[in-house]
Design a protein around this ligand. Structure first.
Ligand code: PMP
Length: 358
């Protein structure tokens, strides 16, 4: 029996995708071998890969002048690749809004000049800067932010205004969960293991204009120019993840595209935030304007009750509700594939738990 899986990543996938992978894992659509046994330069993978790139461009509205590709190394490798490629002798501006943007800032600081344009530390990362009031000098190398902090449960609801400064975003935990205006960005990236597929691939979409900045002194793999030039096939790409991304993109298209994903996310998130707003037992610590539609964090009146809540929820088939160990509390991750009925089951359990313990 499948349980309700609120894991923050890797995360739940639609049943029909797991079954499609299972069906084809031994003999991919009658060719006599599996896709994961096929050369990444052969016809079978080629078909999947080209279709995946076309679907991605269609669903995200990626215009000409941008190069999408999948890399290994996790989203974490991008923390270093971004400054290596784009910082130059200039100054990069970072918004520190929680664990993931803080890690990216740390790496950039090791590689060049960085100015912290916003630091949420004093509010314990419970709020974000006003996206219309950022003052980023127009000669900045770039401005970097994380659109959704997976651990803190805080999400930018608008794209920050930075004038002509190249804009770079880590969208690992809200990738393809809402429409995005690609043309506002110089680089968009994220791991696929939350909203899209099994772990192993990081999707990078880079504006070709930026490639002129990549220093020729960089080792080949670390330069975005290498991957853009080779259309993502410079080395062996993570073929299994890409296969699953292909299936998930078709699923997203069938379910209303990015507008459909946004609607699903808002409906699911509202079930939980409405509960917090009508309860004195559950509390969400995030500034209401910036509550995440992907990672819903909450506290109970005591750590003892939180431990009891997580254990009893698991007994009821509601798994992975423990908050990240660095912040404690509870967290429900409600990515694209998680069904609304799972959130409804969770909310019913939460009301019952409050009745018994409140
Ligand atoms: N950025 C964000 C927002 C994340 O949530 C994560 C992983 N949870 C990362 C970066 C790092 O990703 P990876 O583990 O794929 O390196």
């Amino acid at each position: 029996m499948r349980i309700h899986n609120f894991s923050a990543g890797p995360s739940t996938l639609p049943m029909e995708i797991l079954e499609a992978l299972q069906k084809d894992i031994v003999d991919y659509q009658g060719v006599g071998y599996s896709l994961i046994e096929a050369s990444h330069r052969g016809k079978v993978f080629d078909g999947i890969y080209n279709e995946t790139m076309d679907l991605l461009k269609e669903i995200m509205g990626i215009p000409a002048g941008y190069s999408p590709f999948f890399l290994g190394g996790g989203a974490t490798l991008q923390f270093a690749m971004i400054p290596m490629n784009f910082q130059g002798n200039g100054t990069a501006y970072y918004a520190k809004t929680g664990t993931w943007s803080n890690k990216a800032t740390d790496d950039a600081q090791k590689l060049g000049k960085v100015v912290v344009a916003f630091d949420g530390k004093d509010s314990n990362y419970s709020t974000l800067p006003d996206p219309h009031q950022l003052e980023i000098p127009q000669d900045a190398s770039y401005f970097y932010y994380c659109s959704n902090e997976t651990i803190g449960g805080i999400q930018w609801q608008e794209v920050p205004e930075v004038g002509n400064v190249p804009l770079i975003v880590d969208t690992s935990s809200d990738f393809l969960s809402r429409p995005i205006d690609v043309e506002k960005f110089s680089l968009i990236y994220g791991g696929v293991q939350k909203n899209l597929a099994p772990a192993g691939a990081t999707l990078v979409i880079v504006k070709d204009e930026m490639l002129e900045r990549c220093p020729d002194t960089l080792p080949a793999y670390l330069s975005y120019k290498t991957h853009a030039k080779a259309k993502g096939l410079y080395n062996t790409p993570p073929v299994f993840s890409i296969w699953a991304v292909n299936l998930m993109l078709k699923w997203i298209k069938k379910n209303g595209g990015l507008v459909g994903m946004q609607q699903r996310a808002e409906e699911k998130a509202a079930l939980l935030y409405d509960l917090f707003d009508s309860s004195s037992f559950y509390r969400n610590p995030v500034d209401a304007k910036y509550r995440s539609r992907m990672n819903v964090v909450f506290r109970l009146p005591s750590e003892e009750l939180e431990a009891k809540f997580v254990a009893e929820a698991l007994n009821e088939g509601l798994s992975a509700l423990k908050g990240h160990k660095s912040v404690g509390g509870c967290r429900a991750s409600i990515y694209n594939a998680l069904e609304k009925s799972s959130v409804e089951t969770l909310v019913a359990f939460m009301r019952e738990f409050e009745r018994r313990n409140g």
